[in-house]
Design a protein around this ligand. Sequence first.
Ligand code: WTA
Length: 672
Amino acid sequence: MSSQERHYESHWQEEEYYYQNPEFIGQANITDPGIFDRMSLDNFPECYKEFADLLDWDQYWHTTLDTSDAPCWKWFVGGRLNACYNCVDRHLDSYKNKTAIHFVPELEEEPVQNITYQELYRRVNETAIMLRDFCGLKAGDRVTLYLPMTPELPITMLACARLGIIHCQVFAGFSGKACGDRIWDSESEVLITMDAYYRSGKLLNHKANADEAVKAAEEQGQKVNKVLVWRRYPGTYSSSAPVVEGRDYFVDQLLEKYKRQEIAPASMPAEDILFLMYTSGSTGKPKGCQHSIGGYLSYVAWMSKYVQDIHPEDVYWCMADIGWITGHSFIVYGPLAVAASTVVYEGVPTYPDAGRCWRIAEELDVDIFHTSPTAIRALRKVGGDEPAKYNYSFKHMTTVGEPIEPEVWRWYYEVVGKGKAVIVDTWWQTETGGFLCSTLPGIQPMKPGSAGTGLPGIHPVILDDEGNEIQPGEGKAGNLCIKNPWPGAFQTIWKNKERYIDSYYGKYCRDKNSTDWRDWPYMAGDAAVMSADGYVRILGRIDDVINVSGHRLGTKEIESAALAAEEVAEAAVVAVTDEIKGAVPELYVSLKPDYDPSDDLAKKVSDAVADVLGKIAKPSNVYIVPDMPKTRSGKIMRRVLASISSNKDVGDVSTLANPQVVEEIRRQVQSG
Ligand code: WTA
């Protein structure tokens, strides 16, 4: 367990329950606690029919769960459906003229675009035909999307889904090189991007990054034949990057040809792939989490309806980026599956000032709000009194992505929620598709700092290193696992089943040949404590992953990016607690012979990381040290560096190969 987790644990204290107001319960989509019994292990897996029944199927499945290729679970086998149909077409009868997407540009002087379900239907159809007829894409092909937070992103995703094309959206804040790695891994021949978008008042030249991405993919051997460029302002090219003849095309021009044309949604097997979402793990190589159509969509639809408590008349705003799993599941697929009006906001929450979020909420009548502890901490810091100045009214709020400190939770509840909105703290992962632990807002009370119990159908357990169950209320931390498969779970890591099995099942699988799901508990990679009432408190990652502002970064990825600077011999990253971002990476490097440390060099290394991975991965400090503390077998002792970074006792270092260097590093870091 890392020093950070021990730190959390020593501060562990039970919090009081908060009870939701009766008005919320009166309108909640679910108030019958019988759901937990219906979804008990005794009724597993057939109980998940209740989830699948939220969707329209072209053909019902014959097998709810097929375990024959354990642990690659197959859900709703034999069923056929289309994800785009379920998010768009089927709502036209009742909600044709209702807003599906409220697009809020970052510049306040630009008007909000309210895209109705009918308009969404039209734009998705035209885009889908373009993908088929102009790009030659068909079901099963992968296409990389590198799009910012504008409506063209969900429109392109849904257009892919309409034809069974697998979309791989890469967060626009990632560097071109990081995008190129993902193009290569997914073997995409088409890249869909945008010329520019606003961030903190600046129109960023995104097309330049897309060019980098194509170059990086081609250097690895993956040729990109077509780059489709949406224009932030149709008709005007807002980037200075060259337009490559025969490769780059403006989507607004291409679409002229497909105006008002329609294309039938493809009837897809439930088990086919909806999308890949790359995330970080313990090695330098990101993993492509492969999500299914039927299992995933039924799972996120249920979560949106019952955990987010979305009704079609609600205006729902999730402030995440669609480039992360939260945005896929809880801006696009879940909310649209239940006919919500979902808000897509282009920019940063505090632009141009600390009141922006609350003005958006007021203007659009947002009543369900969803964000991360990092954003909550930042909003509290820059404008703790702002929410009171605006006349919005939330009935429901979500927090996701990192542990939330109880005092920050209370600010969220009292000030943002004005003491009346119910809060759900949702614990889950890119891999899991949707929430695993939370509270059902109309049934269970809230507890600040805890992500609640397993949701209906999810049976969490805390295991020690030997695989023994730690009992609820024992007060001991262990590895959070889920006993059973569930439909939202990813199917495997794209092209890497071995890594999938090793990472998530390697430690606790009871028999690698077994096809009984009971032998395959899912290990999430988080340490957690479960209190007597079954509420889970997440302590943090147990692997080499740092959670910066709720974004997952692999320490190995940052380290290998640092090695891109030719002067660097060795690199080690540690996580340091940060008041706003939860954690930030600090980087230690040692130099090759013949190079001398300097501030310029430290900056160069830091820039190299931003260049390879994107700004979010930029280390908060770079320390050039004379040598890394190492074990006698040559392993870098990151634990020792982490203690130094956090001003903690380094413990006994006498067994290291070079104990004297520890004191040298400590003086260097703690004096600066
Ligand atoms: C962390 C984001 C505490 C956890 C949806 C997990 C959380 C990782 C919570 C997944 C929460 C997510 N409380 N920690 N409510 N939600 N985490 O894949 O460490 O980007 O393993 O998915 O975020 O991050 P990912």
